[in-house]
Design a protein around this ligand. Structure first.
Ligand code: NAD
Length: 463
């Protein structure tokens, strides 16, 4: 593993193509290299971090794999409400792994230092709060909370317990986002005024119609536990359990699932605390499978001017039936350029600056005037503006790609483990996590209530 990391560090320098010499600060990458090497140095065999994962579904397996790429991390236990997934955990991690359907049995264990919460959204906050109260470090998947009303309570738990707590939106640890942030903050695109960000998908799995096992049913699924937090108890339905994202009762729709990634990236790059006005529209246009959340959704979000950034607008969109195919992008548009991030693996910066001269001719009133007037105007213009002033400056762009095989989740876990082991601040704390989740959840509020949501980002309250 250590040699893999060293090999990886060697690769880092070679895969970056920065076509502008003036934009060649490599601080983010150097920090990243330093952190990997320090993490290696500081680990000793007595220094194991023992983890347990609650919610052993798609992301539970992914997060556990990523956590175990960190040195000195050991998996002790897994918790899930479907028996087949606990069986799978033993197949992968060995028969000695403790498994249970009751998360209390996990957070009560003395031999567990850190808990990964990778359940459906409806359980994130309950389990994270309970685990922090039991003295565990917590890595909570996004969105940090299911409902806006849960956010401040969870922040308070973290502050009271001083637990190491990190939210699992890995863009914050991604090399591409760190590099883009560095260039954005150095003024690469002038003054930000707009963000256009989207996820496009065009397949059933992308639209959350995940495979359901053949033995799904009350014998194999802890259905009562799954809906224990619900006021209205419903009879068992495989779709509701295995495709919970399609139901507001357990998930947070495309906004909580995907807008939250976009908002995390935007807030990270701009240092924003969040917007003050949120409006969203949506509809179930294609995947009419009983879901009660939209499959196409758009939001218009307004960020006021603050000391961190000028005023800007964000347009977010998720489209699960997009003829554009599978594509995610975040375009951060400024007065002198645009950063376009492609998921979390790379970005391009294109720079465009207005010429000093305002221009004359072309699509202009110039040709509507008598010839003598045109001549006089042109003479005047050429006297006033030099040839250089009349031309838009040609500015080199920037292209960046993460090294092949780079995985931002691994880095996000490295940061989490570093906070546990070395007391470093986490890269995505509860306040940041809630400030990214809240406007996403407010998009749902806006859509379901058909109104503009006003948000106080400083105090994290709907106003
Ligand atoms: N960071 C990312 O990029 C990323 C990617 C995908 C998913 N996620 C997040 O990860 C979470 C899980 O998503 P998924 O796709 O893995 O879902 P999934 O349905 O595959 O897995 C969720 C699992 O949680 C279990 N579960 C639910 N309630 C539980 C409880 N009270 N106790 C124990 N287990 C419980 C279920 O049995 C299920 O197996 C979601 O919140 C999602 O937003 C994050």
């Amino acid at each position: 593993m250590a040699s893999d990391r060293r090999k990886f560090i060697k690769q880092l320098g070679s895969t970056i193509v920065l076509t502008s010499a003036s934009l060649s600060g490599f601080a983010a990458m150097e920090d990243h290299e330093r952190r990997i090497l320090q993490a290696e140095k500081r680990y000793s065999p007595n220094d194991k971090i023992r983890i347990a994962t609650v919610g052993m579904g798609i992301m539970g397996f992914n997060d556990t794999r990523a956590a175990l790429t960190c040195l000195g991390v050991e998996l002790v236990a897994c918790c899930d409400l479907y028996q087949g997934r606990l069986q799978r955990a033993k197949e992968i991690y060995g028969a000695n792994i403790f498994t249970t359907a009751d998360y209390h049995e996990i957070i009560d264990r003395k031999d567990v230092d850190a808990i990964i919460v990778a359940t459906s959204d409806n359980w994130h906050s309950t389990i994270a709060n309970a685990a922090m109260r039991k003295g565990k470090a917590v890595y909570s998947e996004k969105p940090m909370v299911h409902y806006l009303s849960e956010g401040l309570g969870e922040i308070k738990t973290q502050q009271e317990t001083k637990a190491v707590f990190q939210v699992g939106s890995q863009r914050v640890s991604s090399l591409a986002f760190q590099k883009a942030k560095e260039l954005y903050q150095s003024g690469a695109i002038g003054q930000i005024n707009t963000v256009e960000a989207s996820f496009n998908r065009q397949n059933a799995l992308g639209a959350w119609q995940y495979t359901i096992p053949l033995d799904a049913g009350l014998q194999t699924v802890g259905w009562d536990r799954f809906q224990a937090n619900e006021k209205t108890k419903l009879p068992y339905e495989s779709n509701r359990f295995f495709r919970w994202r399609n139901y507001r009762e357990y998930g947070t729709g495309v906004a909580g699932d995907l807008f939250v990634h976009l908002l995390t990236g935007i807030h990270f790059i701009t240092n924003s605390k969040g917007p003050d006005k949120i409006f969203s529209i949506g509809g179930t246009y294609y995947w009419k499978d009983g879901r009660n959340v939209p499959d196409v959704m758009s939001a218009v979000i307004e960020y006021p001017a603050t000391k961190e950034h000028p005023a800007f607008q964000a347009n977010l969109r998720v489209n699960f039936i997009s003829g554009e195919g599978e594509r995610s992008s975040t375009k951060i548009i400024g007065s002198e350029g645009v950063i376009e991030l492609d998921d979390d693996q790379g970005f391009t910066i294109r720079k465009n600056k207005m010429p000093v001269a305002p221009g004359i001719g072309g699509w202009d009133s110039f040709y509507t005037y008598p010839e003598a007037m045109q001549k006089a105007l042109m003479d005047d213009y050429n006297k006033k503006y030099s040839a250089t002033d009349q031309k838009a400056p040609s500015l080199p762009g920037v292209t960046y790609h993460s090294p092949d095989g780079y995985n931002s989740s691994n880095d996000h876990f490295a940061n989490f483990m570093d906070a546990i082991r070395n007391g470093k601040p986490v890269v995505e704390d509860a306040v940041f996590g809630f400030r990214a989740a809240a406007p996403a959840l407010a998009c749902n509020e806006s859509y379901f209530q058909n109104k503009v949501i006003h948000w106080d980002a400083e105090n994290m309250k709907v106003v």
